[in-house]
Structures are given as structure tokens and as C-alpha cells.
Write a protein that binds this ligand. Sequence first.
Ligand code: ITT
Length: 221
Amino acid sequence: MSPTIWFLTSNAGKLAEAGNHLSALGYEVKQLVVQEGVLYEPQAETLEEVAKSKISQARQHLPSNFSPSDMILVEDAGLFIDALDGFPGVYSSYVYSTIGNAGIIRLLNHLTTEDPVSSASLRSARFMAVAALWRDGEVMLGEGICPGHIATKSMDGQGFGFDPIFIPCDLDDNLNPLSPGNYGSHSTHGKTFGAVDSAVKQKFSHRSRALQNLFNQLPSA
Ligand code: ITT
């Protein structure tokens, strides 16, 4: 029987993406549901600190059918915008639920030129994710980064959170990201994560990369 990974998250988009990634590796992913208002998001300066705090909290709320070979997964992500010195970063959830995507686009309105390449580098940003896994009493961490830039207008459709306003950098043949303005063999052709299929996002995303980095440290299921 494949090992069960209990993912502590309230975000359905994150759950679906991690489920897709990990089921392909032979794991079963279940959502670890905790009563609303019981968990807290610590005021931390790094995604890693937040992820470690989420693991400690998750361990206090294991389901009754948690078996000794099961694992706990948490993941903390954020959008880091260069022109705003990395803001919203660890404050991404708060910023998303207050000013939202429209507010971010308004904040960056002045950073646009006619030239798409300089526009992209002025509006450069990255998604970062830290995934943490509790297994056999130990915590392991994996990190993923997806560089890109903020679109000048929202492109909705699929995805969640900041997906409608984030355009990832193209990737080369080995799936390594190129710098803004360079064309690679894998591209969303100027579309945001919100305007492409989830399978396309998965190829570029910080989440896939963090999970890959984390699960590469484990023997395969
Ligand atoms: P949990 O902590 O319950 O897992 P959350 O939504 O608070 O869910 P994060 O703290 O990891 O998740 O994310 C911070 C914000 O960044 C939040 O508003 C997310 O919607 C957004 N976000 C995270 N990953 C994203 C992604 O892949 N695409 C778009 N937005 C994302």
C-alpha cells in the first residue's frame, strides 16, 4: 500500500497541485483538516520558519487514522516582487486578502515601457515555496523558486491566488529558467499562470520544484 501524506493546508489550489505531483511519485495525498481558527500563521521573516511552525502545529492535530508510517506535509509560499524589495513575501496571504491582484497591479503601474523586455525586467518577481515533510520523527525541507514578472493586467481562467498576474520566465531544454526576455523551449508565451493549463504551470512552478527538491531526498515510494 502506498504511504499516505497528510497535507496541512486550507488552500484547495495548493492541495490539488501537490496531489498531482505526488500521486505521480506513488504517494497518496490527503488533506489534514484542522478546525477553523485553531492554527495561527506566525509572524516570521522566512518561509522556512513559517513551514517549521506549521509542522509543529500539524503534529498537535493528527487524525485518528494516522498510521506510524504516514507523513505530514506543509508548504509555505509567497510572491516576492523586486521593485518592492521582495514585498509581499512572507506577508503574501495578508496582501492577497486585502489589496489583492488589482492592488499589486496598481502599485506597479508606473513600471511599464513600450519595450516588452525592459518592461518584464522592471516588473520582475519570483514565487518561492518551502515544503516541509515530517517523517519518522524528522523534518526535511525542500525549496523551489519560479522567476518571472508581474503582468500589466490580470489574466484569469485557471489557477488561484496570484496566478492571474504572474508570468513565469521561459525554461531551457533542461527545464532551467532563463532570465527575463530570453526565449526558451518551454514558454507560456506571455501568459500568466492563471491563463494556462495546470499541467503547464506544474512544469514551471515553485511548488513542483520544492516538492521535487524535497522528495529527491527520500527513497522512492
Ligand atoms: P495554507 O497556509 O493553509 O497552506 P495559504 O493560502 O495561506 O494556505 P501560503 O501561505 O503558502 O498559503 O500562500 C500565501 C499566499 O500566496 C496565498 O494568498 C496564496 O493564495 C498565494 N499563493 C501561494 N502559492 C501560489 C501559487 O502557486 N500561485 C498563486 N498564488 C499562490
